[in-house]
Design a binder for this molecule. Structure first.
Ligand code: PHE
Length: 462
């Protein structure tokens, strides 16, 4: 792909598959369950829904518009619309966020590769959740092994990105996303039907229905400002918003594609998969009597336990971890693409070189994240290790901030008629919700995000 002839998605389904491929990933299956687990379950889910609909969706539409209208990478897009204002800094912050996210994302994706390997060798057989948890902790405490997988995963990501948009990204997502959805549904059914867990002494040690209650019965007494900020950050992270991924993908979308519909479909699918992942995990968490607050190791501890209770468990385990890795890959390529499009087009280096340089930088950052689970464990800033800082700063600070700026930009700096024209494909589509959308991006979204921020740093409230 040269900067003059930009690549395009070939079909409507290709666009949805690629954008959904970016959105659906470790954020849904690894991050959502552990965030919900640590933040009280149902109440977190309600807040998360609320932010997806009122803030996430309008910002996703804005990003699509900015990308397709300008046909440019996440930095140039801002320059094209406001050449004499510093708005392009929003794009630069997005590129920085993509580096930070991919640095820890690659680590977790590396863990999934290890789990593919463990699934192949049938290593989970006969292990109870305590043993599985110990196995996970031993694995991430090893300085070398996770690193090897992380580097391998980054190489895989770079290979797909070098392949270009149509050949690489589109083909992969189109086939594999639907299969992943199917497996999660089957896992959900198994998890919910586990029922009561009765030990040798005849006592009930856990019940799968308690997991459903935990996930769907909101207990708002658990909600404080940190929970709200986490839900907001998770909404941005899961929809790949606030940092230019959707702007960059938008720039590859054809002029006759219905952007509103694409955004609604992607947001719906993404939320559905997060909820289904919750339905697969929490009933099993309560059945096995594992703490829902277990944190980043939650899915790695609980899921292999569910598979052991399934007929053909070996195959399910293997298929699941392979597909989870693929889901991570379709997200990681969208993260890498932000930096690559920027480096290739702005610094005028060829795509292959840009990919190698960006991948190398991110991999080095990622090594620091990975080591923060073992030899760099005590290197802390604001009470968090390197991995947690990358995660917190990117998803809870930079993405919402980027999203707020994008909303303000689309609402106040793109001419209203231009915005309407781009969204309606030159007045071809009827836009029923334009007024509401416009009001949200101009006022509601920026103000809501600002309030959450001010509260969380203690400038508002107690
Ligand atoms: N949305 C992806 C996931 O849920 C992660 C991601 C964040 C991808 C930001 C791109 C941009 O796994």
């Amino acid at each position: 792909m040269k900067s003059t002839t930009r690549d395009n998605f070939s079909s409507k389904f290709g666009v949805i598959a690629a954008a959904a491929g970016s959105a659906v990933g470790l954020g849904n299956i690894w991050k959502f369950p552990y965030e919900a687990g640590q933040n009280g379950g149902g109440a977190f889910l309600v807040l998360y829904f609320f932010f997806i609909i009122t803030i996430g969706l309008p910002i996703m539409i804005s990003e699509f518009v900015i990308g397709r209208k300008t046909n440019a990478n996440a930095v140039r897009a801002f320059k094209k619309i406001t050449p004499d204002k510093p708005w392009y800094l929003t794009g630069i912050m997005g590129v920085a966020a993509s580096f930070m996210i991919l640095s820890f994302y690659g680590v977790v994706a590396g863990w999934t590769l290890e789990y593919v390997y463990l699934a192949i060798t049938n290593a989970f057989k006969g292990q109870d959740p305590a043993a599985l948890s110990e196995g996970f902790n031993n694995f991430i405490s090893d300085p070398v092994r996770p690193l090897v997988w992380q580097v391998l995963f980054m190489v895989l990501t770079a290979i797909v990105v070098i392949g270009g948009i149509k050949n690489g990204i589109e083909k992969l997502t189109k086939i594999l996303m639907p299969v992943l959805l199917l497996i999660i549904i089957v896992m959900g059914v198994r998890s919910v039907t586990l029922g009561a867990n009765i030990n040798a002494a005849g006592e009930v040690v856990g019940h799968s229905f308690d997991g459903l209650k935990f996930l769907f019965k909101p207990d708002f007494s658990k909600v404080d400002i940190d929970v709200v900020l986490d839900a907001l950050g998770q909404a941005f992270f899961s929809l790949s918003l606030g940092m230019g991924t959707i702007i960059t993908y938008g720039s590859y979308i054809r002029k006759n594609n219905n952007l509103n519909k694409t955004a609604v479909e992607v947001a719906f699918l993404d939320t559905l998969i997060a909820v289904l992942a919750g339905v697969a995990i929490f009933p099993a968490v309560f059945y096995f009597n594992v703490a829902p607050t277990e944190g980043p190791g939650l899915v790695f501890t609980v899921l292999p336990g569910i598979f052991q209770k399934m007929i053909g468990g070996y195959i399910w385990t293997l298929a699941f971890f392979i597909l989870l890795t693929v889901a991570a890959l379709t997200s990681s390529i969208s993260l890498l693409e932000v930096g690559v499009a920027y480096f290739a087009e702005e610094l005028k280096i060829n795509r292959v070189k840009a990919t190698i340089v960006v991948t190398a930088i991110i991999t080095v950052l990622g090594i620091a994240c990975s080591l923060s689970n073992n030899i760099l464990k005590d290197v802390k800033l604001f009470g968090r290790n390197i991995f947690d800082n990358m995660e917190f700063l990117s998803s809870n600070v930079m993405l919402p901030l980027g999203g707020m700026l994008i909303a303000i930009f689309a609402g106040w700096y793109i001419n209203k008629t231009d915005l309407y024209n781009e969204l309606s494909n030159g007045n071809v589509l009827k836009l029923r919700f334009f007024k509401m959308f416009y009001f949200i991006i101009r006022f509601i979204a920026p103000v809501a995000i600002a309030i959450v921020f001010l509260y969380s740093v203690g400038l508002l409230g107690e």
